[in-house]
Design a protein around this ligand. Structure first.
Ligand code: ATP
Ligand code: SF4
Ligand code: MG
Length: 355
């Protein structure tokens, strides 16, 4: 292991300054569990003649450390339920973490009150998967686009707000006539364009997009993706982009973080990850992509059941499905370690050189 790799071996949470020179957002030691047991009375059970309190949790996020660099599109991939949206919602301050810290531009933002958070809400915007649910049906498109401007620029006069709305409509290719109409009059793709316009209206620096094209018709997914990429170039945006579609990642992502059961198992530059996936789970994901020039190993079929985040497995959360698992994997949690090319992988087999 070289000196830099040694320094970045995560036997502890990286300090605020590590890997952070160009970081816009830092996630440190993030954990989130959701209670499944209801309120206090619901939790009481009789056991062996005694009243005991029984609490059960979904361990949605189990120690995530991640840096998002200024100007990049960091894609987060992983199967359903691995915690992608939970990370997004915590980053946006929509839910609070059980443990850990989120910093934006070096300032902690996970413990702010709603007033202090408002300044960040302007700089950080979110685009959701479902453009049907994310537009208020009682508002015209003009009102929808004016709303964030009125919230974040209470001092602006009417003309300034209207001019800004015109400008953002133009930049995302919305016909100004749409302003008088309501959300339900538009198709999914058009609605997502409106949702993107609303997010861009306040000139944010950072956008969290949670599966922004997966609810759309395949025929217009590329248009919306291109719109997001254009916006990134023109406005110098940084993205946290959640998707389960690896073709989208290859097209859109600067770097990729692969998640499994609430942990990050690999982070790499997009080209590196596709050329040389290292973690066994990443390898299985990659092997499932059909390719014309297929000279890669056969499709890796994962054995074993997908464990639930209610009863987390000991050691490596992937051990029940991993063909390389050994006794150490069943006991010791693997931590992200930096490889020579900067890729970070959490796997004992990679560390031991047996993979
Ligand atoms: N409010 C909640 N209460 C209880 N469990 C929750 C809650 N929100 C999420 N979870 C659970 O946390 C885990 C992670 O959920 P999350 O929505 O972050 O996954 P995801 O990776 O976004 O999945 P998908 O690809 O299906 O959107 C899941 O097991 C989910 O059921
Ligand atoms: S740590 Fe062990 S079980 Fe986990 S991915 Fe690596 S080899 Fe497989
Ligand atoms: Mg999700």
């Amino acid at each position: 292991m070289n000196a830099q790799a040694e320094a970045m071996t995560d036997n502890r949470i990286p300090t605020q300054n590590e890997e952070s020179a160009e970081s816009l957002l830092q996630i440190r030691g993030l954990k989130k569990r959701f209670s499944l047991s209801g309120d206090f009375l619901d939790q009481l059970r009789f056991k062996g003649g005694k009243l005991v309190r029984h609490q059960e949790y979904v361990h949605a996020i189990n120690g995530v450390n991640l840096d998002i660099h200024r100007g990049e599109a960091l894609c987060v991939v992983g199967e359903s339920g691995c915690g992608k949206s939970t990370v997004a919602r915590i980053v946006m301050g929509l839910i609070s973490p059980t443990e850990g810290e989120i910093s934006y531009n070096g300032e902690r933002i996970d413990n702010l009150n709603s007033r202090a958070l408002l300044a960040y809400r302007k700089r950080m915007q979110m685009i959701f998967q479902n453009p049907y649910a994310s537009l208020n049906p009682r508002m015209t498109i003009q009102q929808t686009l004016e709303e964030p401007l009125r919230l974040h620029h209470p001092d602006w006069d009417r003309q300034k707000v209207v001019t800004k709305v015109e400008e953002v409509m133009h930049s995302v290719g919305i016909d100004p006539d749409w302003g008088k109409r309501f959300g339900h009059e538009f198709s999914g793709g058009q609605r997502q364009r409106i949702a993107i316009a609303r997010a861009l209206a306040v000139d944010p620096e950072f956008i969290v997009a949670d599966e922004p094209i997966s609810a759309l018709d395949v025929s217009i997914q590329a248009q919306v993706l291109n719109l997001l990429m254009e916006a990134q170039h023109e406005r110098n945006l940084t993205y946290l982009f959640i998707t389960h579609d690896l073709a989208v990642v290859e097209h859109f992502g600067t770097r990729v973080a692969v998640m499994y059961l609430g942990t990050v198992c690999e982070i790499a530059n997009t080209a590196t990850l596709f050329a040389k996936p290292r973690h066994p789970y990443t390898q299985a994901l990659m092997s499932a992509i059909p390719r014309l020039e297929d000279d890669r190993p056969q499709h890796v079929r994962l054995e074993g059941e997908v464990p639930t985040p209610v009863n987390l497995p000991s050691g490596c959360v992937f051990h029940g499905r991993c063909p390389y698992a050994n006794a150490r994997c069943r006991e010791e949690i693997p931590l992200l370690q930096t490889q020579d090319d900067g890729t970070r992988v959490a796997c004992h087999a990679v560390e031991e050189g047996r993979l």
